[in-house]
Design a protein around this ligand. Structure first.
Ligand SMILES: [Zn+2]
Length: 204
């Protein structure tokens, strides 16, 4: 079961220097929208628009890594049409999962049967993961700005932290020290087993 909030807090306090955790790599990303100006945080100037670079899997983009095959060690659950993965290494939130179509399809292009399956799987994941002790919410995010191949993110945030809410939970995933991987893997096993009650195969 996920760590209690008090343990997450104790680990964060222990990892902090002068009360602050290290700034994650995202602060160096081009898309990071903030900078320090005169000692205060300010939005960066908006650059002029241009032509968007092709995403992975699109014409002219990098080859599709999903079509090249999923690393078996990342697969949590799968069936004929879907593959649910988790990163090899833990991050700051208790659970982060990605649901991919097996075939190369873009969001908005999957047929109604597949879209219905997506809705059912998503709903089950919300029910299963929000049912774990200490989980406040499972956020469901489709970005799709990096790769064309249909993939949707699921971010489980811990309960009880006033700061770890909404889209900022995604940033805390990179800010918080990584969770204990043995705890995470036990939770992934629970999720996979429960999801497989409706079909498919638990792999975690
Ligand atoms: Zn693909």
């Amino acid at each position: 079961m996920p760590e209690p909030a008090a343990e997450i807090h104790a680990r964060a306090v222990a990892a902090a220097i002068d009360g602050h955790l290290s700034a994650p790599a995202m602060t160096e990303w081009e898309i990071f929208p903030w900078e320090v100006v005169g000692g205060a945080i300010a939005p960066k100037a908006l650059a002029a628009p241009g032509v968007e670079a092709p995403r992975a899997g699109e014409q002219g983009g990098e080859p599709c890594s999903s079509c090249a095959g999923f690393d078996p060690d990342t697969i949590v659950w799968e069936d004929e049409h879907w593959v649910l993965t988790a990163a090899l290494e833990p991050s700051g939130l208790p659970l982060v999962l990605v649901l991919h179509t097996r075939e190369h399809e873009d969001a908005g292009e999957i047929d109604d049967d597949l879209a219905s399956e997506f809705g059912r799987i998503s709903n089950r994941l919300v029910r299963i993961i929000q049912g774990l002790p200490g989980i406040g919410r499972l956020h469901v995010n489709r970005w799709g700005d990096g790769a064309e191949h249909f993939h949707v993110w699921f971010f489980a945030r811990p309960a009880g932290f006033a700061q770890i809410k909404g889209s900022y939970a995604v940033e805390w995933d990179d800010i918080l020290p990584p969770v204990d991987d043995a705890v995470r893997r036990a939770d992934l096993h629970t999720v996979a087993t429960k999801l497989a009650n409706w079909g498919g195969h638990a792999r975690a």
